[in-house]
Design a binder for this molecule. Structure first.
Ligand code: NAD
Length: 490
């Protein structure tokens, strides 16, 4: 269902319907979600009212609202996690961490995020200060892989800063989005301040370009981010674009190989490789034999991963999120001419005909710049490269149009610092998986991964506009007139 102006309802005249089928078995119909383009106009109109209501609330009332939302998200964590697990096939343990991150975001926003947009005076200039004002109506467009946590990462700062929101979730996870919306209503979000419109890409396209929308907070692929940028060109609305990655893990000569192997295994295959920060490239410093050995080692570990139904205990990896995701992944790996160290196969755990696929590892001895090496495959595959020295490893890590995440595995702080200063990414982790991120830090990428408006802690910044305020004397001081002004009293 959609949520418009505080009321949940299906569109009266639908243009289509999403049949939400779990990728875990391709049988269980979770629900039917009719959608209509005309809902976008209604939702934006409701959000314009909602924006007025939000801007009338004081900052502390808005912070309280966000904290209340966090409380409901925490109380309904299990329901939210199950909805995520069935919608996109994320194993329950991992879906729980996503649900927990949603509640944590409320606290971080109310405590730390709002501090970034608190008024501040200009030092040494009495009467000069900076205030932050809300933008108005913000569209939030969500991806399928974190269908609740990432939209929530835009929604809560938007509300905390006094905006209203129209949320268009991924068409792969309409059920999880509706459960999320019900949490916000339960927490007492004012009617119109938070609206939900279900539907596929064209609904998102209409919403992003809508003249009643003041900003677009988007998490998804580079190609859709680019389409949004083109469609909104000249509208002067704020775009915060969080996009894809082709992330590299660098294993330097002195790394602890057990630790590095575990971190890379986790980075490449958690969420079945469907994370924007997933490591899809491993670069091993040293002679080619070292990379050969690392590829074999990770392949062996990957073979032992438990793949199964997302609601079963002890499962590391569930299915890919949809048949489309599965087809895209299989096409992606079919493009490589590299040696297959571990081949991907379709699996049927418990005899289920879901979107299950096992991990794959490829050893690339001669990089040839094919789409396999350049494009985000968004599935459980790791390409392993060798580099003769640290400089070559860093250069190779940067030889991509993306710039989201990287990890460097080394015992040497100096070596890490050298790499950190040269790696062109917004997230650079030391002896940790590429997928590690803190909600208390900014989160965003360079190049095709983002447009320099990082989310995470910094999300309150793109939900506001700074306003410079200079205060003068209330009465005219005749002694301080500009040269050449001859004052005449009436
Ligand atoms: P996607 O780009 O296909 O879709 C994202 C959203 O945009 C969906 O809601 C979709 O319906 C909507 N959309 C589609 N066409 C549109 C259009 N023309 N105008 C407006 N909206 C439109 O992404 P996805 O497949 O759902 O998610 C996977 C992608 O998201 C990957 O590239 C991944 O790296 C990226 N991602 C990035 C981050 C990050 O923080 N940088 C986090 C998670 C995922």
């Amino acid at each position: 269902m959609d949520l418009i102006g505080g009321t949940f309802a299906n569109p009266r005249h639908a243009d289509g319907a999403i049949e939400d089928i779990s990728p875990a078995d391709l049988q269980h119909v979770i629900g039917n979600f009719p959608w209509a383009l005309s809902q976008v106009d209604d939702a934006v109109a409701a959000a314009r009212e909602g924006a007025r209501a939000m801007s009338r609330m004081s900052p502390s009332e808005r912070a309280d609202l966000v904290r209340r939302i966090g409380g409901v998200l925490k109380a309904r964590e299990d329901e939210l996690a199950r909805a995520i697990a069935v919608d996109i096939g994320k194993p329950l343990w991992e879906a729980r961490t996503e649900a927990q991150a949603c509640a944590a975001k409320a606290t971080i926003t109310a405590d730390d995020g709002l501090r970034l947009v608190a008024p501040f005076p200009a030092p040494g200039q009495p009467g000069a200060e900076c205030r932050f004002r809300p933008l108005g109506v913000l569209a939030v467009l969500g991806p399928f892989n974190f269908p609740v946590h990432l939209p929530n990462g835009h929604v809560l700062p938007a509300l905390a800063c006094g905006n209203s929101v129209v949320f268009k979730p991924s068409e792969v996870a309409p059920h999880a989005a509706e459960v999320y919306a019900r949490c916000l209503v339960e927490a007492g979000v004012p009617a119109g301040a938070f609206n939900l419109v279900q539907g596929p890409g064209p609904v998102g396209a209409k919403l992003a370009a809508h003249p009643g929308v003041d900003g677009v907070l988007f998490t998804g692929s580079w190609s859709v981010g680019l389409a949004i940028e083109r469609a909104t060109h000249g509208q002067t609305k704020i775009l915060a674009l969080e996009m894809g990655g082709k992330n590299a893990a660098l294993v330097l000569r002195d790394a602890d190989l057990d630790k590095a192997a575990y971190d890379v295994l986790f980075s490449a295959f958690v969420s079945a490789g469907q994370r924007c920060t997933a490591a899809s490239r491993l670069i091993v410093e040293g002679p080619p034999e070292r990379a050969d050995a690392m590829a074999r080692r990770i392949a062996k570990l990957a073979e032992g991963l438990t793949i199964g139904h997302p609601l079963d205990a002890g499962v590391f990896m569930g299915p890919l999120a949809s048949e489309t995701a599965l087809a895209r992944f299989e096409t992606g790996i079919s493009l490589t001419r590299a040696e297959t160290v571990l081949a991907s196969r379709r699996l049927s755990p418990r005899g289920l005909r879901g979107c299950y696929v096992s991990p794959s590892v490829h050893r690339v001895r001669r990089p040839d710049g094919t789409a396999y090496e350049r494009e985000e495959l968004f599935g459980p595959d790791l390409a392993v490269f060798d580099a003769p020295d640290e400089d070559a490893a860093v250069a190779f890590a940067n030889a991509t149009e993306y710039g989201l995440a990287a990890s460097v595995h080394t015992r040497s702080r100096e070596a890490f610092e050298r790499c950190l200063s040269r790696i062109e990414c917004g997230v650079v982790n030391w002896n940790a998986p590429t997928v590690g991120a803190s909600g208390r830090l900014p989160f965003g990428g360079l190049k095709r991964s983002g447009n320099h408006r990082p989310a995470g802690l910094h999300s309150t910044l793109y939900c506001t506009a700074p306003v410079a305020v200079m205060s003068g004397e209330a009465a005219l001081d005749r002694g301080r007139l500009a040269p050449g002004v001859a004052w005449v009293d009436e």
